[in-house]
Design a protein around this ligand. Sequence first.
Ligand SMILES: Cc1cc2nc3c(=O)[nH]c(=O)nc-3n(C[C@H](O)[C@H](O)[C@H](O)COP(=O)(O)O)c2cc1C
Length: 192
Amino acid sequence: MSEAPKILAFAGSARRDSANKKLAAVAAKAAEAAGAEVTLIDLADYPAAVYNGDDEDANGLPETMRALKRLIGSHDGLVIATPEYNGALPPLLVNAFSWASRREGEEEALAVFKDKPVAIMAASPGGLGGVRVVSRMRDYVAQLGCIAIRGFVNLGGAYDAFDAQGALTREAASRQVTGLTQRLVRTAAALR
Ligand SMILES: Cc1cc2nc3c(=O)[nH]c(=O)nc-3n(C[C@H](O)[C@H](O)[C@H](O)COP(=O)(O)O)c2cc1C
């Protein structure tokens, strides 16, 4: 069995050219370099209807959301790169977490999130780099039972921040990603 902590990385955007997907991919490489085994997913591959309790009562969780929930549960830590929508969390993330937070069978409430370390990042074309969503995301993941890792990455001017290969072209932002992912991997290894 591998000793490396397992990190799941994804963005809160399904957009093809998403800056947050690019940031999540950069962070995934940084987490690998820090010794983690990384799974990078695209939430566009996990479509789901907007949460509705009647749907849940009739059909349970959509298969995509059950798969996402299993993935969260089978990893030791998360990297989430999120857009900021009107200063708040994007509906894609809230919907995915709403479904994944639902209890099935005899499991403990919010079992897959319990004590799970999370590295929070945000990318935006604007100058503030989505900084307002970071603190909201921190509160949100804490509410789910996760542990938000100290610090964050907020990448402003994000449409110009990556080269054609998807690498970050800004040294300060690269350092932020490296530092945050190293703390995530260390914490994930310690808490596993
Ligand atoms: C409904 C909506 C609200 C937005 N609100 C904000 C905002 O509050 N702050 C911000 O920096 N960008 C805002 N944006 C712009 C997003 O940062 C931009 O669309 C970004 O590219 C989304 O992330 P992505 O590239 O990963 O898809 C908003 C975009 C949308 C569609």
